[in-house]
Design a protein around this ligand. Structure first.
Ligand code: ARG
Length: 571
Protein backbone atom coordinates (compact mmCIF):
# COMPACT_ATOMS: atom_id res chain seq x y z
CA UNK A 1 0.00 0.00 0.00
CA UNK A 2 1.28 3.44 -0.87
CA UNK A 3 2.33 5.38 2.18
CA UNK A 4 2.31 9.07 2.87
CA UNK A 5 5.37 10.69 1.30
CA UNK A 6 8.34 10.84 3.64
CA UNK A 7 10.47 13.84 2.71
CA UNK A 8 13.34 12.87 4.96
CA UNK A 9 13.79 9.60 3.11
CA UNK A 10 13.42 11.29 -0.26
CA UNK A 11 16.00 13.96 0.51
CA UNK A 12 18.42 11.52 2.12
CA UNK A 13 18.26 9.32 -0.95
CA UNK A 14 18.96 12.21 -3.28
CA UNK A 15 22.00 13.25 -1.27
CA UNK A 16 23.09 9.66 -0.68
CA UNK A 17 23.37 8.98 -4.36
CA UNK A 18 25.65 11.97 -4.85
CA UNK A 19 27.96 11.56 -1.87
CA UNK A 20 27.76 7.76 -1.85
CA UNK A 21 26.81 7.47 1.80
CA UNK A 22 24.06 5.25 3.16
CA UNK A 23 20.86 7.27 3.04
CA UNK A 24 19.64 5.91 6.38
CA UNK A 25 22.55 7.61 8.05
CA UNK A 26 21.90 10.88 6.22
CA UNK A 27 18.24 10.82 7.14
CA UNK A 28 19.13 11.36 10.78
CA UNK A 29 20.83 14.66 10.05
CA UNK A 30 17.89 16.32 8.31
CA UNK A 31 16.49 19.27 10.23
CA UNK A 32 13.48 21.48 10.11
CA UNK A 33 14.73 25.07 9.73
CA UNK A 34 13.69 27.52 12.42
CA UNK A 35 12.15 29.88 9.86
CA UNK A 36 10.05 28.92 6.87
CA UNK A 37 12.04 31.29 4.64
CA UNK A 38 14.91 28.87 5.07
CA UNK A 39 12.95 26.05 3.48
CA UNK A 40 10.90 23.16 4.77
CA UNK A 41 13.86 20.89 5.38
CA UNK A 42 17.56 21.51 5.71
CA UNK A 43 20.62 19.36 5.47
CA UNK A 44 23.63 20.53 7.52
CA UNK A 45 26.67 19.59 5.43
CA UNK A 46 29.10 19.96 8.33
CA UNK A 47 27.89 16.54 9.44
CA UNK A 48 29.77 15.11 6.44
CA UNK A 49 32.89 17.30 6.63
CA UNK A 50 35.04 14.75 8.43
CA UNK A 51 33.99 11.84 6.29
CA UNK A 52 34.40 13.66 2.99
CA UNK A 53 37.43 15.65 4.14
CA UNK A 54 36.00 18.87 2.77
CA UNK A 55 34.55 22.01 4.24
CA UNK A 56 30.74 22.16 4.69
CA UNK A 57 30.57 25.03 2.21
CA UNK A 58 32.37 23.06 -0.49
CA UNK A 59 30.21 20.00 0.19
CA UNK A 60 27.01 22.04 -0.04
CA UNK A 61 28.12 23.62 -3.30
CA UNK A 62 29.12 20.28 -4.82
CA UNK A 63 25.85 18.59 -3.89
CA UNK A 64 23.88 21.58 -5.12
CA UNK A 65 25.59 21.22 -8.55
CA UNK A 66 24.33 17.67 -8.98
CA UNK A 67 21.08 17.45 -7.04
CA UNK A 68 17.82 17.64 -8.94
CA UNK A 69 14.35 18.83 -8.02
CA UNK A 70 11.31 16.68 -8.70
CA UNK A 71 7.53 16.74 -8.32
CA UNK A 72 7.83 16.82 -4.51
CA UNK A 73 10.69 19.24 -4.10
CA UNK A 74 10.50 22.34 -6.17
CA UNK A 75 13.54 24.29 -5.05
CA UNK A 76 16.88 23.50 -3.44
CA UNK A 77 19.21 26.22 -2.21
CA UNK A 78 22.69 26.16 -0.82
CA UNK A 79 23.57 28.59 1.93
CA UNK A 80 26.51 28.70 4.36
CA UNK A 81 27.07 24.99 4.40
CA UNK A 82 23.40 24.08 4.45
CA UNK A 83 21.16 22.73 1.73
CA UNK A 84 17.64 24.05 2.04
CA UNK A 85 14.73 22.20 0.50
CA UNK A 86 11.42 23.78 -0.44
CA UNK A 87 8.59 21.38 -1.02
CA UNK A 88 5.94 21.62 -3.71
CA UNK A 89 2.90 22.48 -1.63
CA UNK A 90 0.33 21.45 -4.25
CA UNK A 91 1.84 18.01 -4.29
CA UNK A 92 1.95 17.98 -0.49
CA UNK A 93 -1.75 18.88 -0.37
CA UNK A 94 -2.54 16.09 -2.80
CA UNK A 95 -0.56 13.58 -0.74
CA UNK A 96 -2.07 14.62 2.59
CA UNK A 97 -5.66 14.76 1.43
CA UNK A 98 -5.49 11.50 -0.46
CA UNK A 99 -4.20 9.86 2.69
CA UNK A 100 -6.85 11.44 4.92
CA UNK A 101 -9.51 10.46 2.41
CA UNK A 102 -8.33 6.89 2.46
CA UNK A 103 -7.78 6.52 6.22
CA UNK A 104 -10.33 8.94 7.68
CA UNK A 105 -10.31 8.54 11.50
CA UNK A 106 -7.34 6.24 11.13
CA UNK A 107 -5.15 8.87 9.53
CA UNK A 108 -1.88 8.89 11.48
CA UNK A 109 -2.29 5.31 12.60
CA UNK A 110 0.62 2.98 12.09
CA UNK A 111 1.78 -0.55 12.58
CA UNK A 112 5.26 0.16 13.92
CA UNK A 113 4.34 -1.58 17.14
CA UNK A 114 3.50 -4.79 15.37
CA UNK A 115 3.95 -7.81 17.57
CA UNK A 116 5.42 -5.87 20.48
CA UNK A 117 3.73 -5.82 23.85
CA UNK A 118 3.62 -2.78 26.08
CA UNK A 119 2.28 -2.72 29.59
CA UNK A 120 1.09 0.64 30.81
CA UNK A 121 0.58 0.71 34.55
CA UNK A 122 -1.40 3.73 35.70
CA UNK A 123 -3.75 5.15 38.29
CA UNK A 124 -3.02 2.60 41.04
CA UNK A 125 -4.74 4.34 43.98
CA UNK A 126 -4.71 2.91 47.48
CA UNK A 127 -7.66 1.09 48.96
CA UNK A 128 -9.33 2.84 51.90
CA UNK A 129 -7.46 6.03 51.09
CA UNK A 130 -8.49 9.02 49.01
CA UNK A 131 -7.96 9.12 45.28
CA UNK A 132 -5.92 12.29 45.24
CA UNK A 133 -4.97 14.78 42.59
CA UNK A 134 -1.72 12.96 41.83
CA UNK A 135 -3.73 9.84 41.07
CA UNK A 136 -5.78 11.88 38.65
CA UNK A 137 -2.61 12.83 36.83
CA UNK A 138 -1.31 9.26 36.47
CA UNK A 139 -4.78 8.13 35.40
CA UNK A 140 -4.91 10.66 32.58
CA UNK A 141 -1.30 10.30 31.44
CA UNK A 142 -1.55 6.50 31.45
CA UNK A 143 -4.90 6.49 29.71
CA UNK A 144 -3.49 8.62 26.91
CA UNK A 145 -0.27 6.61 26.52
CA UNK A 146 -2.33 3.45 26.44
CA UNK A 147 -4.40 4.80 23.55
CA UNK A 148 -1.38 6.17 21.70
CA UNK A 149 0.48 2.85 21.84
CA UNK A 150 -2.59 1.02 20.67
CA UNK A 151 -2.94 3.43 17.76
CA UNK A 152 0.64 2.62 16.81
CA UNK A 153 -0.14 -1.06 16.60
CA UNK A 154 1.30 -2.25 19.89
CA UNK A 155 -0.33 -4.99 21.86
CA UNK A 156 -1.14 -2.82 24.85
CA UNK A 157 -2.08 -3.89 28.36
CA UNK A 158 -3.42 -1.41 30.88
CA UNK A 159 -2.90 -2.35 34.51
CA UNK A 160 -4.26 -0.68 37.60
CA UNK A 161 -1.81 -1.84 40.27
CA UNK A 162 -4.12 -1.21 43.20
CA UNK A 163 -2.54 -0.48 46.56
CA UNK A 164 -4.62 -3.11 48.30
CA UNK A 165 -2.11 -4.64 50.65
CA UNK A 166 0.21 -3.80 53.48
CA UNK A 167 0.36 -3.56 57.23
CA UNK A 168 -2.08 -0.66 57.30
CA UNK A 169 -4.87 -3.15 56.73
CA UNK A 170 -4.09 -4.75 60.06
CA UNK A 171 -4.86 -1.37 61.59
CA UNK A 172 -7.99 -0.88 59.55
CA UNK A 173 -9.30 -4.20 60.71
CA UNK A 174 -8.57 -3.34 64.36
CA UNK A 175 -10.29 0.02 63.94
CA UNK A 176 -13.32 -1.70 62.51
CA UNK A 177 -13.37 -4.24 65.31
CA UNK A 178 -13.37 -1.45 67.86
CA UNK A 179 -15.68 1.10 66.29
CA UNK A 180 -17.20 -0.49 63.19
CA UNK A 181 -20.73 0.25 64.32
CA UNK A 182 -19.98 3.96 64.63
CA UNK A 183 -19.14 4.42 60.98
CA UNK A 184 -21.56 4.02 58.13
CA UNK A 185 -19.14 2.92 55.47
CA UNK A 186 -21.75 2.88 52.74
CA UNK A 187 -22.47 6.55 53.04
CA UNK A 188 -19.12 8.25 52.53
CA UNK A 189 -16.80 5.26 52.39
CA UNK A 190 -13.38 6.72 51.78
CA UNK A 191 -13.71 9.51 54.30
CA UNK A 192 -15.15 7.19 56.91
CA UNK A 193 -12.36 4.70 56.40
CA UNK A 194 -9.83 7.51 56.60
CA UNK A 195 -11.33 8.77 59.86
CA UNK A 196 -11.16 5.30 61.29
CA UNK A 197 -7.58 4.92 60.14
CA UNK A 198 -6.49 8.20 61.67
CA UNK A 199 -8.20 7.29 64.93
CA UNK A 200 -6.62 3.85 65.21
CA UNK A 201 -3.22 5.32 64.45
CA UNK A 202 -3.63 7.73 67.31
CA UNK A 203 -4.56 4.91 69.61
CA UNK A 204 -1.61 2.80 68.46
CA UNK A 205 0.76 5.59 69.43
CA UNK A 206 -0.63 5.57 72.95
CA UNK A 207 -1.21 1.88 73.44
CA UNK A 208 1.41 -0.69 72.48
CA UNK A 209 -1.09 -3.49 72.99
CA UNK A 210 -3.42 -2.12 70.31
CA UNK A 211 -0.48 -1.91 67.92
CA UNK A 212 0.30 -5.55 68.64
CA UNK A 213 -3.32 -6.43 67.85
CA UNK A 214 -3.00 -4.65 64.53
CA UNK A 215 0.12 -6.63 63.67
CA UNK A 216 -1.68 -9.79 64.60
CA UNK A 217 -4.58 -8.86 62.32
CA UNK A 218 -2.22 -8.44 59.42
CA UNK A 219 -0.61 -11.79 60.13
CA UNK A 220 -4.08 -13.33 60.17
CA UNK A 221 -4.89 -11.64 56.89
CA UNK A 222 -1.68 -12.96 55.36
CA UNK A 223 -2.62 -16.44 56.49
CA UNK A 224 -6.09 -16.22 54.99
CA UNK A 225 -8.13 -15.84 58.19
CA UNK A 226 -11.81 -15.70 57.24
CA UNK A 227 -12.92 -12.69 59.28
CA UNK A 228 -9.95 -10.55 58.34
CA UNK A 229 -10.11 -11.51 54.68
CA UNK A 230 -13.81 -10.74 54.41
CA UNK A 231 -13.37 -7.39 56.03
CA UNK A 232 -10.44 -6.54 53.82
CA UNK A 233 -12.50 -7.53 50.79
CA UNK A 234 -15.27 -5.26 51.91
CA UNK A 235 -12.87 -2.32 52.24
CA UNK A 236 -11.63 -3.10 48.80
CA UNK A 237 -15.08 -3.38 47.30
CA UNK A 238 -16.39 -0.11 48.65
CA UNK A 239 -13.21 1.70 47.68
CA UNK A 240 -13.37 0.37 44.15
CA UNK A 241 -16.95 1.48 43.89
CA UNK A 242 -15.77 5.00 44.67
CA UNK A 243 -12.86 4.84 42.24
CA UNK A 244 -15.15 3.50 39.54
CA UNK A 245 -17.23 6.64 39.74
CA UNK A 246 -14.16 8.59 38.66
CA UNK A 247 -13.16 6.08 35.99
CA UNK A 248 -16.70 6.10 34.63
CA UNK A 249 -16.91 9.88 34.25
CA UNK A 250 -13.50 9.98 32.61
CA UNK A 251 -14.19 6.83 30.58
CA UNK A 252 -10.93 5.23 31.68
CA UNK A 253 -10.61 1.47 31.47
CA UNK A 254 -8.08 -1.16 32.47
CA UNK A 255 -7.34 -4.63 31.20
CA UNK A 256 -6.24 -5.79 34.62
CA UNK A 257 -6.90 -4.76 38.20
CA UNK A 258 -4.32 -7.02 39.75
CA UNK A 259 -3.10 -5.05 42.72
CA UNK A 260 -0.43 -5.64 45.30
CA UNK A 261 -2.37 -8.34 47.14
CA UNK A 262 -2.32 -10.54 44.06
CA UNK A 263 1.43 -10.90 44.42
CA UNK A 264 1.40 -11.92 48.05
CA UNK A 265 1.83 -15.62 47.32
CA UNK A 266 4.42 -14.89 44.64
CA UNK A 267 7.02 -13.12 46.72
CA UNK A 268 8.59 -16.24 48.14
CA UNK A 269 9.94 -17.05 44.70
CA UNK A 270 11.56 -13.62 44.53
CA UNK A 271 13.15 -14.16 47.93
CA UNK A 272 14.36 -17.62 46.85
CA UNK A 273 15.93 -16.37 43.62
CA UNK A 274 17.74 -13.58 45.41
CA UNK A 275 18.84 -15.96 48.15
CA UNK A 276 20.18 -18.46 45.64
CA UNK A 277 22.12 -15.77 43.84
CA UNK A 278 23.65 -14.74 47.13
CA UNK A 279 22.16 -11.27 46.92
CA UNK A 280 20.22 -11.26 50.17
CA UNK A 281 22.01 -9.84 53.18
CA UNK A 282 20.83 -9.87 56.76
CA UNK A 283 20.67 -6.43 58.26
CA UNK A 284 19.22 -5.84 61.71
CA UNK A 285 16.97 -8.82 61.25
CA UNK A 286 15.68 -7.67 57.85
CA UNK A 287 16.71 -9.03 54.47
CA UNK A 288 18.09 -6.51 52.03
CA UNK A 289 19.85 -6.25 48.68
CA UNK A 290 22.86 -3.98 48.56
CA UNK A 291 22.83 -1.76 45.49
CA UNK A 292 26.07 0.16 45.84
CA UNK A 293 27.48 -1.53 42.75
CA UNK A 294 24.53 -0.12 40.86
CA UNK A 295 25.34 3.36 42.09
CA UNK A 296 22.44 3.42 44.54
CA UNK A 297 23.39 4.19 48.14
CA UNK A 298 20.19 2.99 49.80
CA UNK A 299 19.75 -0.78 49.86
CA UNK A 300 16.43 -2.31 48.83
CA UNK A 301 14.59 -3.98 51.71
CA UNK A 302 13.05 -7.26 50.61
CA UNK A 303 11.73 -8.66 53.84
CA UNK A 304 11.05 -6.97 57.15
CA UNK A 305 12.26 -8.19 60.53
CA UNK A 306 8.95 -9.91 61.22
CA UNK A 307 9.15 -11.73 57.89
CA UNK A 308 6.42 -9.73 56.20
CA UNK A 309 6.90 -8.52 52.67
CA UNK A 310 6.92 -4.93 51.59
CA UNK A 311 5.90 -2.72 48.70
CA UNK A 312 9.15 -3.24 46.74
CA UNK A 313 8.99 -7.02 47.03
CA UNK A 314 5.49 -7.03 45.63
CA UNK A 315 6.72 -4.91 42.73
CA UNK A 316 9.48 -7.43 42.06
CA UNK A 317 7.00 -10.29 42.11
CA UNK A 318 4.84 -8.30 39.69
CA UNK A 319 7.75 -7.91 37.27
CA UNK A 320 8.38 -11.64 37.31
CA UNK A 321 4.69 -12.36 36.83
CA UNK A 322 4.28 -9.86 34.02
CA UNK A 323 7.35 -11.11 32.19
CA UNK A 324 5.94 -14.63 32.24
CA UNK A 325 2.33 -13.73 31.58
CA UNK A 326 2.71 -11.02 28.96
CA UNK A 327 6.27 -11.43 27.68
CA UNK A 328 6.39 -7.64 27.57
CA UNK A 329 8.81 -5.54 25.54
CA UNK A 330 8.22 -2.53 27.71
CA UNK A 331 6.53 -1.99 31.02
CA UNK A 332 5.75 1.64 31.85
CA UNK A 333 5.03 2.81 35.38
CA UNK A 334 3.22 6.12 35.44
CA UNK A 335 3.99 7.08 39.02
CA UNK A 336 4.87 10.32 40.83
CA UNK A 337 8.48 11.46 41.11
CA UNK A 338 8.39 10.84 44.88
CA UNK A 339 8.91 7.20 43.96
CA UNK A 340 11.99 7.77 41.78
CA UNK A 341 14.27 6.05 44.28
CA UNK A 342 11.83 3.19 44.76
CA UNK A 343 11.79 2.40 41.04
CA UNK A 344 15.55 2.79 40.71
CA UNK A 345 15.95 0.22 43.45
CA UNK A 346 13.30 -2.15 42.13
CA UNK A 347 14.66 -2.02 38.57
CA UNK A 348 18.17 -2.64 39.84
CA UNK A 349 17.12 -5.66 41.88
CA UNK A 350 15.06 -6.91 38.92
CA UNK A 351 18.32 -7.53 37.07
CA UNK A 352 18.72 -10.57 39.28
CA UNK A 353 15.23 -11.84 38.68
CA UNK A 354 14.28 -11.50 35.03
CA UNK A 355 16.15 -11.63 31.71
CA UNK A 356 17.79 -8.62 30.19
CA UNK A 357 14.98 -8.13 27.70
CA UNK A 358 12.59 -7.48 30.55
CA UNK A 359 14.60 -5.34 32.90
CA UNK A 360 15.73 -3.17 30.01
CA UNK A 361 12.08 -2.62 29.21
CA UNK A 362 11.17 -1.26 32.64
CA UNK A 363 10.48 2.46 32.46
CA UNK A 364 9.36 4.82 35.18
CA UNK A 365 7.30 7.60 33.62
CA UNK A 366 7.74 9.99 36.48
CA UNK A 367 5.43 12.95 36.85
CA UNK A 368 5.83 16.11 38.86
CA UNK A 369 3.85 17.49 41.73
CA UNK A 370 0.31 18.69 41.28
CA UNK A 371 -0.73 21.78 43.18
CA UNK A 372 -4.29 22.01 44.41
CA UNK A 373 -6.70 23.96 42.28
CA UNK A 374 -6.35 27.68 42.14
CA UNK A 375 -8.84 30.17 40.82
CA UNK A 376 -12.35 30.98 41.85
CA UNK A 377 -13.56 27.46 42.26
CA UNK A 378 -10.98 26.39 44.79
CA UNK A 379 -12.51 28.30 47.69
CA UNK A 380 -15.75 26.48 47.23
CA UNK A 381 -14.06 23.10 47.13
CA UNK A 382 -12.02 23.61 50.25
CA UNK A 383 -8.63 22.23 51.08
CA UNK A 384 -9.19 18.52 50.87
CA UNK A 385 -10.40 18.15 47.34
CA UNK A 386 -12.39 15.11 46.43
CA UNK A 387 -11.55 14.37 42.83
CA UNK A 388 -15.10 13.46 42.00
CA UNK A 389 -16.28 16.85 43.29
CA UNK A 390 -13.58 18.57 41.35
CA UNK A 391 -14.66 16.93 38.11
CA UNK A 392 -18.34 17.62 38.74
CA UNK A 393 -17.64 21.21 39.67
CA UNK A 394 -15.75 21.69 36.41
CA UNK A 395 -18.61 20.16 34.46
CA UNK A 396 -21.06 22.53 36.17
CA UNK A 397 -18.89 25.47 35.35
CA UNK A 398 -18.63 24.31 31.74
CA UNK A 399 -22.41 24.13 31.63
CA UNK A 400 -22.70 27.74 32.75
CA UNK A 401 -20.31 28.85 30.05
CA UNK A 402 -21.87 26.93 27.19
CA UNK A 403 -25.37 27.93 28.23
CA UNK A 404 -24.33 31.56 28.08
CA UNK A 405 -22.72 31.18 24.70
CA UNK A 406 -25.43 29.12 23.08
CA UNK A 407 -28.81 29.28 24.74
CA UNK A 408 -30.53 26.95 22.31
CA UNK A 409 -28.01 24.20 22.60
CA UNK A 410 -29.54 20.75 22.88
CA UNK A 411 -28.13 18.08 25.21
CA UNK A 412 -26.47 20.69 27.37
CA UNK A 413 -25.57 18.18 30.06
CA UNK A 414 -23.87 15.85 27.66
CA UNK A 415 -21.91 18.66 26.04
CA UNK A 416 -20.98 20.16 29.41
CA UNK A 417 -19.60 16.81 30.49
CA UNK A 418 -17.41 16.57 27.41
CA UNK A 419 -16.22 20.17 27.74
CA UNK A 420 -15.55 20.00 31.47
CA UNK A 421 -13.58 16.80 31.13
CA UNK A 422 -11.68 18.17 28.15
CA UNK A 423 -10.67 21.14 30.32
CA UNK A 424 -9.29 18.84 33.00
CA UNK A 425 -7.66 16.35 30.68
CA UNK A 426 -6.00 18.92 28.49
CA UNK A 427 -4.82 21.02 31.41
CA UNK A 428 -3.26 17.92 32.92
CA UNK A 429 -1.68 16.55 29.79
CA UNK A 430 -0.35 19.74 28.25
CA UNK A 431 2.09 20.16 31.13
CA UNK A 432 5.25 18.22 30.41
CA UNK A 433 5.11 15.09 32.55
CA UNK A 434 8.16 15.72 34.72
CA UNK A 435 7.13 19.30 35.51
CA UNK A 436 5.06 20.37 38.45
CA UNK A 437 1.58 21.36 37.54
CA UNK A 438 -1.01 23.82 38.71
CA UNK A 439 -4.70 23.36 38.22
CA UNK A 440 -6.19 26.65 37.37
CA UNK A 441 -9.78 26.10 36.39
CA UNK A 442 -10.40 29.55 34.98
CA UNK A 443 -7.55 29.07 32.54
CA UNK A 444 -8.46 25.47 31.78
CA UNK A 445 -11.98 26.46 30.80
CA UNK A 446 -11.01 29.40 28.62
CA UNK A 447 -12.43 28.70 25.16
CA UNK A 448 -9.88 30.98 23.54
CA UNK A 449 -6.80 29.83 25.43
CA UNK A 450 -4.61 26.83 24.81
CA UNK A 451 -7.17 24.48 26.25
CA UNK A 452 -9.25 21.39 25.63
CA UNK A 453 -12.40 23.43 25.08
CA UNK A 454 -10.55 25.50 22.47
CA UNK A 455 -9.78 22.34 20.51
CA UNK A 456 -13.38 21.23 20.81
CA UNK A 457 -14.58 24.66 19.78
CA UNK A 458 -12.41 24.53 16.68
CA UNK A 459 -13.69 21.07 15.87
CA UNK A 460 -17.29 22.24 16.18
CA UNK A 461 -16.42 25.11 13.85
CA UNK A 462 -15.21 22.68 11.18
CA UNK A 463 -18.44 20.73 11.59
CA UNK A 464 -20.67 23.73 11.24
CA UNK A 465 -18.84 24.83 8.10
CA UNK A 466 -19.61 21.60 6.27
CA UNK A 467 -23.14 21.48 7.62
CA UNK A 468 -23.89 24.63 5.70
CA UNK A 469 -23.36 22.76 2.45
CA UNK A 470 -25.82 20.33 0.94
CA UNK A 471 -23.09 17.90 0.20
CA UNK A 472 -19.79 17.44 1.98
CA UNK A 473 -17.19 17.65 -0.80
CA UNK A 474 -15.08 14.65 -1.58
CA UNK A 475 -11.64 14.37 -3.03
CA UNK A 476 -12.85 14.51 -6.62
CA UNK A 477 -14.45 17.92 -6.02
CA UNK A 478 -11.31 19.73 -5.03
CA UNK A 479 -8.35 21.36 -6.74
CA UNK A 480 -5.05 21.12 -4.87
CA UNK A 481 -3.58 24.10 -6.67
CA UNK A 482 -6.13 26.39 -5.03
CA UNK A 483 -4.39 26.32 -1.68
CA UNK A 484 -2.43 29.51 -2.05
CA UNK A 485 -2.73 31.30 1.26
CA UNK A 486 0.10 30.97 3.75
CA UNK A 487 -2.37 30.02 6.45
CA UNK A 488 -3.80 27.19 4.33
CA UNK A 489 -0.35 25.85 3.53
CA UNK A 490 0.72 26.05 7.13
CA UNK A 491 -2.37 24.10 8.11
CA UNK A 492 -1.67 21.42 5.52
CA UNK A 493 1.92 21.13 6.64
CA UNK A 494 0.70 20.65 10.19
CA UNK A 495 -1.77 17.99 9.06
CA UNK A 496 1.08 16.23 7.30
CA UNK A 497 3.04 15.87 10.54
CA UNK A 498 0.32 14.27 12.62
CA UNK A 499 1.72 10.73 12.42
CA UNK A 500 5.21 11.92 13.33
CA UNK A 501 3.91 13.65 16.44
CA UNK A 502 2.08 10.56 17.59
CA UNK A 503 5.26 8.54 17.26
CA UNK A 504 7.27 11.09 19.21
CA UNK A 505 4.58 11.11 21.89
CA UNK A 506 5.16 7.39 22.31
CA UNK A 507 8.97 7.57 22.01
CA UNK A 508 9.12 10.12 24.79
CA UNK A 509 6.08 8.86 26.72
CA UNK A 510 4.90 12.41 26.68
CA UNK A 511 1.27 13.25 25.86
CA UNK A 512 2.15 16.96 26.05
CA UNK A 513 3.69 16.58 22.59
CA UNK A 514 0.38 15.53 21.12
CA UNK A 515 -1.49 18.14 23.16
CA UNK A 516 0.66 20.96 21.81
CA UNK A 517 0.36 19.62 18.29
CA UNK A 518 -3.41 19.85 18.48
CA UNK A 519 -3.21 23.44 19.66
CA UNK A 520 -0.93 24.28 16.77
CA UNK A 521 -3.27 22.65 14.28
CA UNK A 522 -6.29 24.42 15.74
CA UNK A 523 -4.50 27.78 15.72
CA UNK A 524 -3.30 27.41 12.14
CA UNK A 525 -6.75 26.47 10.99
CA UNK A 526 -8.38 29.33 12.88
CA UNK A 527 -5.96 31.76 11.25
CA UNK A 528 -6.97 30.43 7.88
CA UNK A 529 -10.64 30.62 8.84
CA UNK A 530 -10.39 34.16 10.12
CA UNK A 531 -8.58 35.44 7.05
CA UNK A 532 -10.60 33.68 4.39
CA UNK A 533 -14.20 33.16 3.57
CA UNK A 534 -14.75 29.45 3.27
CA UNK A 535 -18.20 29.35 1.73
CA UNK A 536 -17.38 31.37 -1.39
CA UNK A 537 -19.52 31.35 -4.53
CA UNK A 538 -16.95 29.66 -6.72
CA UNK A 539 -17.75 25.99 -6.38
CA UNK A 540 -14.28 24.53 -6.82
CA UNK A 541 -12.71 26.97 -4.38
CA UNK A 542 -15.52 26.46 -1.89
CA UNK A 543 -15.18 22.69 -2.03
CA UNK A 544 -11.44 22.91 -1.69
CA UNK A 545 -11.60 25.10 1.39
CA UNK A 546 -14.35 23.11 3.03
CA UNK A 547 -12.38 19.97 2.37
CA UNK A 548 -9.43 21.40 4.25
CA UNK A 549 -11.71 22.44 7.06
CA UNK A 550 -13.25 19.00 7.27
CA UNK A 551 -9.89 17.28 7.31
CA UNK A 552 -8.74 19.45 10.17
CA UNK A 553 -11.86 18.36 12.04
CA UNK A 554 -11.08 14.71 11.44
CA UNK A 555 -7.52 15.01 12.71
CA UNK A 556 -8.49 17.12 15.73
CA UNK A 557 -10.99 14.47 16.68
CA UNK A 558 -8.59 11.56 16.31
CA UNK A 559 -5.89 13.41 18.22
CA UNK A 560 -8.20 14.53 21.01
CA UNK A 561 -9.46 11.00 21.45
CA UNK A 562 -5.89 9.82 21.92
CA UNK A 563 -5.65 12.24 24.82
CA UNK A 564 -8.93 11.01 26.29
CA UNK A 565 -11.06 13.94 25.10
CA UNK A 566 -14.40 13.47 23.34
CA UNK A 567 -15.73 15.89 20.78
CA UNK A 568 -19.21 17.39 20.94
CA UNK A 569 -20.90 18.03 17.61
CA UNK A 570 -22.16 21.39 18.80
CA UNK A 571 -21.28 23.63 21.69
N1 ARG B 1 -0.35 2.81 45.11
C1 ARG B 1 0.79 3.65 44.94
C2 ARG B 1 0.46 5.09 45.38
O1 ARG B 1 -0.67 5.49 45.35
C3 ARG B 1 1.26 3.70 43.52
C4 ARG B 1 1.63 2.38 42.91
C5 ARG B 1 2.60 2.51 41.80
N2 ARG B 1 2.90 1.32 41.11
C6 ARG B 1 3.79 0.41 41.49
N3 ARG B 1 3.97 -0.64 40.73
N4 ARG B 1 4.49 0.52 42.57
O2 ARG B 1 1.36 5.81 45.77
Amino acid sequence: MKKLINYNILIAQKIGKIVEIDSEELEKYIEIPPQSEMGDFAFPCFKLAKQLKKSPIVIAKEIKEKIETDEYIEKIEEKSGYLNFYINTNKLAEEVFKEIDKKKEEYGKSDIGNGKTIIVEYSSPNIAKPFHIGHLRTTLIGNSLYKVYKFLGYNTIGINHLGDYGTQFGKMIEGYKLWGNEYNLEEDPINKMMEMYVRINELCKKDEKVLENCRENFRLLENGDKYCTELWERFKEISLKEFDKIYDILDVKFDSLKGEAFYQDKIQEVVDILEKKGKLIESEGAKIVNLEDEGIDTPCIIQKTDGSSIYATRDLAAILYRARTYDFDKCLYVVAYEQNLHFKQVFAVAKNIVDEKYYNGLIHVSYGMVALPTGKMSTRLGNVVKIEDLINETINKAKEIISEKNQNLENKDEVAKKVGIAAIVFNTLSTTTNRDQIFDWDTALNFQGETGPYIQYTYVRTKSVSEKLDKVPDLADIDFSLFKEDTAIKTIKTLYRFGEYIKTTADKNEPAILARYLIELAQNYNNFYNENKLLVDDEKLRNTRVYLSNSVGTVLKTGAELLGIKMPNKM
